[in-house]
Design a binder for this molecule. Structure first.
Ligand code: TRP
Length: 471
């Protein structure tokens, strides 16, 4: 293995630390904020099933591929792809996946930090007693006031971007790693308590049914309007969004996991780590859904309320449970940490690239990348207030929606497709065999079949289906 077995950016001290950091990257706003709100928008159970299928057949195999590429290359995603295309005598064009990942990172952080900013605002509001005794209307009003003020959003967007920059500048490994080991389990326990609250005080049966009763006719339709005057259209959009979310929630398709994979010790098992990470991520998302939908139905809110969903429901729970003031504060603190440990992985590919291929120092690179994402993020800030009107929309989507749609639902799956094809066809079977070192031949063969055929074909079908539906 020689000099190739260590990354110039440092190494995780153990496999367990790698798993913690990657769970930190995977578990974030995607699970607690985005999963419930898109599940609400796209109709519930059927959407959840499609999402789970995408996690299993596309997400898990591609995560293994990303980690193995990262560990083999031991550099930033762009440098890794360059190195491996040379090593495997394949076309340098595969390196595109590295560049598109850097671009996707900018887009994603530019809205991620705005939403994380909402969570920051709620930390302080909750601590000051602002949620005490709040009603459903009051919670809606409060959220509306928050996003209506671009000044406030800009402030918190700036704070969160700086938090991200600081950790990335110090090196992902030294920064948040230790905090995450304590805080992620704490978040998990909090979610369990919230599910308990939803069970007692919410309309649990309806919330549960909404998440798990599967009406597949809805998967290919997008319905708007009230239940009495429902207007449904045939479209592939829910399936595209479910697949895009599988990538988003596992941090796949843009090199984040490849960058983290570069710091993995040589003999750690990739398969076991991947399954642990995917399971933890999925359980957190489902718990968030179980905590939120019973409250949605008990308070007469619409599941399809959009990006504000958790901010309009959880405060009702905190405002009316015993000890809710500090409990709510703690919850939002943990949510901010979950977002923080994710956001650092969003810009790590770009920063690592500037460091190993352009010779920048980590500090300068982190500031440059974070600063640019901050600038692009102003568009997301304004999407909720000054630029929320139709004249600022394209295809009925605000700038915030467009960035999310383009990055999550198009760029990440395309990146994942390239990664699967490179590992399955561009590079040799030998490379995967060596890196995965799965002792059971059958298991390797199954993964090999999935990464070469099942995942790529799945991604292509979902895209074709949506083009057909749009056309
Ligand atoms: N997975 C994170 C979440 O669910 C977000 C995230 C971190 C991400 N790194 C990423 C999304 C890379 C896409 C790509 O909140």
């Amino acid at each position: 293995m020689g000099s190739r077995s260590a990354s110039m950016h440092g190494m995780w001290s153990s496999r367990a630390v790698f798993i913690m950091a990657t769970v930190g990257s995977a578990v974030g706003l995607g699970n607690i904020w985005k999963f419930p709100y898109i599940t609400g928008e796209y109709g519930g159970g059927a959407f959840v099933v499609v999402y789970l299928i995408c996690i299993a057949l596309i997400g898990v195999p591609i995560m293994m591929a990303e980690i193995l590429l990262g560990r083999r290359g031991r550099a930033s995603p762009i440098a890794t792809m360059k190195r491996l295309t040379r090593e495997q005598h394949s076309s340098p064009l595969w390196t595109l996946v590295g560049y598109s990942g850097v671009l996707a990172g900018f887009l994603i952080l530019s809205f991620y930090s705005v939403i994380a900013g909402w969570a920051l605002a709620y930390v302080f509001d909750s601590a000051a007693g602002g949620l005490n005794g709040i009603t459903a209307d009051g919670a809606g009003q409060k959220f509306g006031d928050l996003v209506g003020s671009w000044q406030t959003l800009l402030l918190w967007h700036t704070v969160f971007t700086l938090m991200t920059i600081v950790v990335v500048a110090r090196g992902v490994k030294n920064g948040l790693e230790r905090a995450v080991t304590v805080l992620m389990p704490a978040l998990f326990i909090m979610l369990l308590i919230m599910v308990g609250y939803a069970f007692i005080e919410g309309d649990f049966a309806r919330g549960f049914g909404f998440l798990f009763n599967t009406d597949f006719s809805k998967v290919f339709q997008l319905c708007t309007g009230t239940p009495e005057a429902l207007n449904c259209e045939f479209t592939g959009e829910p399936v595209v969004v479910a697949m895009g979310h599988a990538f988003f929630t596992l941090s796949l398709g843009m090199g984040a996991i490849m960058a983290y994979g570069a710091y993995v010790p040589d003999h750690a098992s990739i398969t076991g780590a991947t399954l642990t990470i995917a399971l933890a991520d999925t359980v957190v998302a489902l718990l968030a859904g179980l905590a939120i939908f019973p409250i949605v139905f008990a308070s007469g809110l619409e599941p399809s309320s959009g990006p504000g969903l958790i901010f309009q429901t959880l405060p009702i729970a905190f405002g009316n449970m015993p000890g809710g003031q500090w409990f709510g504060t703690l919850f939002f603190v943990l949510l901010v940490f979950a977002a923080w440990s994710s956001s650092i992985s969003i810009i790590e590919p770009a920063v690592a690239w500037l460091v190993d291929s352009r010779g920048w120092t980590r500090g300068v690179a982190a500031f440059a990348v974070g600063g640019l994402a901050w600038l692009i993020g102003i568009g997301s800030v304004l999407s909720f207030n000054l630029w929320s009107g139709e004249e600022y929309q394209l295809f009925g989507k605000t700038i915030f929606d467009l960035k999310d749609f383009l990055a999550s639902n198009i760029m990440l799956p395309l990146g994942g497709l390239l990664i699967a094809l490179f590992v399955g066809f561009g590079a040799g079977r030998q490379m995967a065999l060596e890196e995965l070192s799965i002792s059971r031949q059958r298991l390797f063969d199954a993964w090999w079949f999935v990464i070469r055929f099942v995942s790529p074909v799945g991604i292509v079908i979902v895209f074709l289906n949506s083009i057909k539906a749009f056309g």
